[in-house]
Design a protein around this ligand. Structure first.
Ligand code: GLN
Length: 485
């Protein structure tokens, strides 16, 4: 079992379950053991749901026995702690919600559980998903499995570390500006941010509602597709969830490349990117050429405005979304002060960490009457421009290929409080959220310190099946080095 959980993909585990080589109860117990063993080292989980998982696994075994199993039945999945699971805590990595127990499940989780998937724990994250290093959690930071002195990336760093340390074959994260792809890149796994609207946001605690998407994180692009098959689709509880027929997102995996053109947007490579990262991604472009893809240089001129536009829009939306934490509706309530106003002020002062406070201040400033036109409205204009530039690109390209991050995982403590530096490093991921496009990150190399390097494929809206297939083709040529845990 120990070797199995270190190598197996969802598809392999699923056939093992169907062929009765092992039961979901055995498999889940093995992953739980590994999760408990690894958690002291990496801090990947806020809550390991041992009892809950074993009960779900027993139900999954029944489902397998009576022949109604689907590809996810009996498969343990970890879930970022900003996605609600009924009757269990959902903390968002914040003191504000440390005692909060969700009264309902997110649609994505209801769908996973309807398929018989086993939710084994809630993973650590930057507070309210604001960050790129998973160091702002009230419950402590997440360490990178490849080097424990380094960050796991963020904000879904717990989910990435959970998969990379073999505590589950796959996990869910959320991505507002790169939080699925960036930690996936830092921890050497695959992460997919779906098109805005592919997955319902019902039950995902809102950070920036026009940008947020739940996304799968797994060992392979194919497995990300399997998870997406389960969680995607229209939802009566979220009218921004697209009303489309759910296709099989893995259907194009293994098919031939037909006239595919890959664009390398030059601004993404001109940005301040480490030489080793750049050369690994360019080497991947060569691999694609040898498969029969046409690779050409393209341009996204407005990339230079993307970080500013992203932080204005996301902070403005966050300021308004987080106004609900007033000491009355949710769990943290300050005991200090005498008046109603004191209650709100003190609750928010005590309950939120410094990064969340910074975003709320930035967002309220950008939305205030004297500055609205100067900041928020300009950001919205840039958003339209970036969208239009992508539309233009996709007239001649099937997708674009970029590095996922400017550097590999950096040392814990470095720059985490330097906002400009931290925010600037999101330059390569935020445009997919700004334009609502699907993007997948997979490992394409290792640097001199043996740290994983990620590359991203960004596709046209609802083109998840195409970028999953392209990432899958690359993965079949590439030998991953697992973290030594
Ligand atoms: N790093 C970005 C931020 O801090 C992205 C976060 C996210 O995608 N949730 O806002």
């Amino acid at each position: 079992m120990n070797n199995l959980i270190k190598t197996a993909t969802i598809s392999e585990l699923s056939s093992g379950l169907k062929n009765k080589e092992f039961s979901s109860s055995e498999l889940t117990a093995a992953y739980l053991n590994q999760a408990k063993k690894q958690n002291d080292t990496t801090g990947a989980y806020i809550n390991i749901l041992e009892e809950y998982a074993l009960t779900s696994a027993a139900k999954a075994d029944e489902k397998i026995k009576n022949g109604s199993a689907t590809p996810l039945t009996g498969i343990p999945i970890a879930v970022k702690d900003n996605i609600c699971l009924k009757n269990t805590p959902t903390t968002c990595g914040s003191k504000m919600l440390a005692e909060y127990v969700s009264p309902y499940s997110a649609t994505a989780l209801t769908r996973l559980e309807d398929e018989g998937a086993v939710i084994i724990g809630k993973t650590n994250m930057d507070e309210f998903a604001m960050g790129s290093a998973s160091q702002t959690s009230y419950f402590g930071g997440v360490k990178n499995p490849y080097d424990l002195k380094r960050v796991a990336g963020g904000s879904s760093g717990g989910s990435a570390a959970a998969v990379a340390t073999f505590t589950c074959p796959a996990a869910l994260g959320s991505d507002t500006g790169g939080s699925v792809r960036q930690p996936a890149a830092f921890c050497g796994i695959t992460g997919l941010k779906p098109t805005y609207g592919t997955v319902s946001r019902y039950g995902l605690v809102a950070f920036a509602s026009s940008l947020d998407q739940i996304g799968p994180m797994a060992r392979t692009a194919y497995d990300c597709g399997l998870l997406l098959n389960a969680i995607s689709g229209a939802d009566e509880f979220d009218f921004t969830a697209a009303n489309r027929n759910v296709t099989d997102y893995t259907a194009l995996c293994g098919t031939d490349v037909k006239d595919a053109v890959i664009g390398l947007p030059k601004e993404f490579f001109d940005a301040d990117i480490d030489a080793e990262v750049k050369s690994a991604v360019l080497a991947a472009a060569e691999v694609y050429k040898n498969m029969g893809y046409i690779v050409k240089e393209v341009s996204l001129p407005s990339l230079k405005y993307a970080v500013a536009a992203y932080y204005l829009i996301s902070s403005a939306e966050a300021a308004s979304n987080l106004s609900r934490y007033d000491g009355i509706k949710y769990t943290h309530r300050s005991k200090n002060g005498k008046t109603y106003e004191d209650l709100i002020k003190n609750t928010r002062r005590e309950g939120f960490g410094w990064e969340v406070k910074r975003r709320i201040m930035l967002g309220n400033y950008a939305l205030s009457s004297g500055y609205y036109d100067a900041y928020y409205n300009k950001a919205v204009t840039i958003r339209a421009k970036i969208k239009a530039e992508y539309d233009e690109l996709f007239k001649t390209c099937s997708f674009v290929l970029t590095p996922t991050t400017p550097t590999t995982a950096y040392k814990i403590g470095k720059d985490v409080k330097n906002a400009v530096k931290m925010y600037s490093a999101d330059i390569l991921t935020v445009t997919a959220n700004i334009a609502g496009l699907p993007a997948i990150s997979t490992t394409c190399g290792y640097d001199k310190n043996c740290l994983p390097i990620g590359m991203s494929l960004i596709g046209p809206a609802f083109g998840e099946d195409k970028i999953i297939a392209a990432a899958d083709r690359f993965e079949k040529t590439f030998i991953r080095r697992e973290a030594e845990v």
